[in-house]
Design a protein around this ligand. Structure first.
Ligand code: SAM
Length: 472
């Protein structure tokens, strides 16, 4: 029944295969010989199967756990260097016809203020985001065919790309909207989206159906097969995720990796990124009402094991998590974070009074973007506003090929330096600017290719003189 190449949800996310995987992992988690063999394969930095990764996730031999963490750090360094990509969510509308029991936008919530941004309001939000320094957005919307039809999403994408405010521009719009048809995915593709993001929430079918009791999202197969339809429509950068806390994390971990393996087997290209959100308090949602919450240590181990199992994949952590938690996870495999985020519909342009709060969930890391950038640099990271790969046509298998051969540094390192420079010139506080320029001086010298190094040096001067948007 289990068939990673199948396009049927219940065959590529096969319940029995997950149960067998969990049993295999429990049986072998402390079998040194097997754990060592898996670690030996992991050291080749080409990834692991879901079964192998599940053994590492369950393993609790202290020295082996240390080895897992050390390897995750090493793989992160090899594939992503010290770069961390920044983005922000932009909530367009919280009208929703679904009944998701963990989300305050569910249809039965009659007291949360409902809001849908007009195109003019989107323009204002985007200007405010540009004034913070953002270049990459993830648009978010509830599912509501009447209030938020695909035409509204497409108009909004166009508006976002059209806003050119001072030196600002949004150069990549990622889209997180409900599962839809091939036809609609084609429209999104034609609108020039970056990544299509859809969280599975849970891979456990029975739980999925209970957690989504009403609305179109109730259909497990339609939701689980969404990425297949997106890829069929030509979107080759897709981003997976589960909402940790809804089901047993071990089950979700295996499901997530099986989904990644499925995309690779069926389309020859795995997910561009994986998000690891945890359920948070929200308007009428109490996270303690869910039995499967995970502590910070388990969370860190999940991140490290994903990094080892899928070395090439971008890993995203949002402001749902605190500064302390994000600091720990950056070190274990996370490559992309949001900063200065608002999870309400509107709120970037002007602060939202409590009576109008339409937030999807509480944010833990509330620092402004400039503080986040400074903090990243103090920790030794190189903040990047790069959006180049997708604009240069390096998506899907072309991106994966460059990434897997670890040549991505040749593009990403210079692009990170040049986009950080733009940020420093246009938006940074004096302190951040000073720190950033010192960092850039060091990073430029680390560029291995002499020719590229010279071009970057020239471009940095041009950025100081007001030119923008250099990229490899
Ligand atoms: N409506 C679309 C859908 O159904 O996929 C768009 C996604 S929604 C705006 C973004 C994500 O927020 C959801 O996929 C869910 O995982 C997450 N989310 C919902 N409620 C949450 C909560 N209480 N805490 C943390 N994340 C939550």
């Amino acid at each position: 029944m289990y068939n990673p190449k199948s396009h049927k949800a219940e065959e590529f996310i096969c319940h029995q295969e997950i149960l067998d995987t969990l049993e295999y992992a429990q049986k072998n988690k402390n079998n040194i010989e097997i754990v060592d063999k898996i670690l030996e394969k992991a050291r080749l930095k080409k990834g692991l199967t879901h079964r192998e990764a599940a053994v590492l996730l369950d393993c609790d031999i202290p020295e082996k756990v240390e080895e897992i963490y050390a390897l995750a750090r090493e793989i992160k360094q090899d594939y992503y260097g010290n770069r961390i990509v920044l983005f922000a969510p932009l909530y367009l509308s919280n009208y929703c016809v679904n009944g998701c029991v963990y989300c305050p936008y569910h249809l039965k919530n009659k007291h949360i203020p409902r809001k849908k941004l007009t195109q003019e309001e989107i323009r204002q939000e985007v200007e405010a985001l540009q004034d913070m320094g953002h270049k990459r957005l993830a648009i978010e919307s509830g599912e509501d065919p009447v209030n938020n039809p695909i035409e509204y999403i497409l108009d909004s994408i166009k508006t976002i790309y059209d806003v050119k405010h001072k030196n600002g521009s949004i150069r990549r719009v990622n889209v997180n909207i409900a599962a839809t048809t091939v036809e609609n995915y084609k429209k999104l593709h034609d609108a020039g989206i970056g990544t299509y993001i859809l969280f599975q929430e849970t891979y456990h079918k029975e739980s999925y159906e209970k957690l989504h009791p009403t609305g179109p999202k109730h259909n497990y197969a339609y939701h689980t097969e969404a990425m297949d339809r997106a890829m069929e429509a030509g979107i080759d950068d897709v981003s997976l995720g589960v909402l940790f806390g809804l089901e047993l994390y071990r089950y979700e971990f295996a499901g997530l990796l099986m989904h990644a393996e499925h995309l690779e087997a069926a389309f020859g290209v795995g997910p561009h990124a994986i998000s690891v959100p945890r359920i948070k308090h929200a308007d009428d949602i109490d996270p303690d009402a869910f039995d499967n919450g995970i502590d910070d240590d388990t969370f860190a181990k999940i991140v490290a094991c994903i990094r080892i199992a899928a070395p090439y994949v971008g890993m995203i952590i949002s402001t749902r998590e605190s500064k302390e938690c994000r600091e720990k996870l950056l070190n274990l495999g996370v490559s992309q974070i949001s900063g200065g985020s608002k999870t309400s519909v509107g709120g970037y342009f002007k602060p939202m009074p409590d009576s109008e709060d339409s937030s999807q969930f509480d944010v833990s890391d509330r620092r402004p973007l400039d503080e986040v950038i400074k903090w990243l640099m103090e920790l030794g990271y190189l903040p990047s506003f790069c959006t180049s790969c997708y604009r240069q046509g390096r998506t899907g298998d072309r991106f994966m090929e460059i990434c897997k051969s670890q040549q991505i540094h040749n593009f990403c390192q210079p692009n990170a330096i040049m986009t950080l420079k733009e940020y420093l010139e246009d938006y940074a506080s004096d302190e951040t600017k000073k720190l950033g320029n010192e960092l850039i001086s060091k990073e430029v010298e680390l560029i291995e290719n002499e020719k590229i190094k010279q071009v970057v040096k020239e471009n940095l001067k041009k950025i100081e003189q007001g030119e923008r948007d250099f990229k490899f």
